[in-house]
Ligand binder design. Structure first.
Ligand code: ZN
Length: 336
């Protein structure tokens, strides 16, 4: 037995010793490496985790902003004009939710948003485009004082006419124009434009003063909102008014104004189903002739025609009117 044990020990001891040496060597040699790589793993893992977190939160922001956008456009689609009036006022006063803040960013400061890439990503391609909307006429009635037909013109026209009225709805044209203009402002702000109205109350403001307001606001385009009237109650449909090729006042603005008028009318009729009466080319519009940017006047429909009049007074139909005009403005800038 002792002999067997001795032999066993003689075999085992070297193995144990060698094993121990190898173990110690491998521990001392590998320990730092594995520590380092562990550290690397920890730190790069941490960075990766942090990056993933940032990416995830970016993605969340994007998803959120997509939802916001969808929400705003849904609101636009479901918009009821009467309540939308209030929304319009709220959006400039309230920063309590994302949607309003987004439209405030868009409408107030294109420079600050473009400085911040994240903000710029949320604001769409309409950032920096200024739309001045002129709600035709006012509750102050007509102003028979005269003003020049265009800059430098000796031909004089009435400063402001009283407009028409709904033969069936009883709505005054200036009221309809204001309802549409305010809702259009909200819709365009939701689409990323900066928007101003020439007036919001029943002040006296002439056609020249309206155009000058657009110039003061550095408008990119000037959109004039009107509704038509005729002694023939069967006449219906929409038209836009653009300068002729020979307009004496608008020069380089003639062609883009004609293009704007055509696109605006086509998109409007497509969305609303209004009959398309074509663009009316005339140089008799003071408010067009004084513009210093592409201009179009839209006659949304005939307040003397039963179908047109009742449609235009209907809050559900007004949503189509607003979207149609906004689509026209979108299409004009998409093509430029
Ligand atoms: Zn009018």
């Amino acid at each position: 037995m002792p002999k067997k044990v001795k032999i066993l020990l003689i075999i085992l001891i070297p193995i144990i010793v060698i094993g121990a040496v190898v173990l110690v060597y491998s521990l001392t040699a590998k320990a730092p490496t594995s520590e380092n790589s562990e550290k690397d793993n920890v730190s790069s893992g941490g960075e990766t985790a942090a990056w993933n977190l940032a990416a995830a939160s970016d993605a969340a922001t994007e998803i959120k902003s997509e939802n916001d956008t969808r929400k705003s456009s849904d609101t636009g689609t479901d918009l009821v004009i009467n309540t939308d009036d209030d929304e319009g006022h709220d959006s400039s006063d309230t920063n309590s939710n994302g949607r309003n803040m987004q439209s405030d960013d868009a409408s107030q400061n294109a420079d600050s948003t473009s400085d911040d890439p994240n903000q710029a990503g949320n604001i769409n391609e309409h950032s920096g485009i200024i739309v001045v909307i002129d709600p035709g006429h006012t509750g102050a009635g007509q102003d028979t004082a005269l003003e020049p037909l265009g800059p430098g013109s000796s031909e004089m026209k009435k400063k402001n006419s009283s407009g028409t009225a709904g033969k069936y709805s009883g709505l005054a044209e200036y009221q309809l124009n204001m309802i549409i203009s305010k809702a259009l402002r909200t819709e365009l702000e939701n689409r990323g434009y900066t928007v101003y109205l020439t007036h919001e109350t029943d002040i006296k403001i002439s056609n020249v003063e309206r155009a000058q307001f657009a110039t003061e606001k550095n408008a990119t385009v000037y959109i004039r909102i009107h509704a038509n009237g005729s002694t023939d109650t069967s006449v219906n449909g929409a038209l836009t008014i653009a300068p002729t090729d020979n307009n004496a006042f608008l020069g380089d603005l003639i062609a883009p104004s004609q293009k704007l008028s055509q696109i605006l009318l086509d998109e409007y009729c497509k969305e609303t189903g209004m009959a398309n009466k074509g663009v009316w080319y005339t140089d008799t519009m003071t408010g067009n002739n004084w513009a210093t940017m592409p201009v179009s006047l839209i006659e949304m429909g005939y307040m003397s025609n039963k179908t047109d009049d009742l449609n235009m007074a209907d809050p559900d139909y007004q949503v189509k009117i607003v979207n149609g005009i906004a689509n026209g403005i979108d299409a004009y800038f998409a093509g430029n």
